[in-house]
Design a protein. Structure first.
Length: 161
């Protein structure tokens, strides 16, 4: 199946065959060190993406739905909700644009970032900074980002606004 039927609502749209192939190719990038928990948007294609990504992880790795990742809320609201996961060592988020780019921009202390489909980014964040009241835990550090076209980014200045 390469595309959802045209009458399918965007929230129910599933991952295309190309999306599955690209995700499977990108999944090993998150295997070492392994992820403890994948938090995914409830949209079908995001859940399917998380299911593909978790296949390269150890058995203890979990997948949970975080409704806020579907969008329609501020990235700061997502960060507030992430406080309950601050004890997870390695956390991965699976979501959609513009939420993921807005969230990365907030975490990196800059304007929203245009984050391409199936991109993977690793950020380092001191989780103890997630416990403060309403302030964002700034700044996180970009370890790297990689995209299916082979672009690998290691500095924040390389990310496109």
């Amino acid at each position: 199946m390469d595309a959802s039927p045209p009458h399918i609502d965007d929230n129910a749209r599933y991952l295309t065959d190309k999306g599955r192939r690209v995700t499977a190719a990108m999944a090993p990038l998150l295997a070492d060190p392994p992820v403890d928990l994948f938090l995914t948007s409830p949209l079908v294609r995001a859940v399917q993406t998380a299911e593909i990504l978790v296949r390269t992880q150890p058995e203890h790795t979990r997948v949970e739905v975080l409704t806020l990742l579907a969008g329609g809320v501020s990235p700061l609201e997502v960060l507030r909700d992430l406080r309950r996961y601050r004890h997870e060592t390695r956390l991965a988020l699976v979501g959609h644009e513009p939420m993921m780019g807005d969230l990365m921009g907030l975490l990196l202390g800059r304007s929203p970032i245009s984050f391409r489909k199936s991109g993977v980014a690793v950020l380092r964040l001191d989780s103890s900074r997630l416990v403060s009241s309403d302030q964002a835990p700034l700044p996180a550090q970009l370890v790297w980002a990689q995209f299916p076209d082979g672009d690998r980014i290691t500095t924040v200045s390389e990310l496109q606004p």
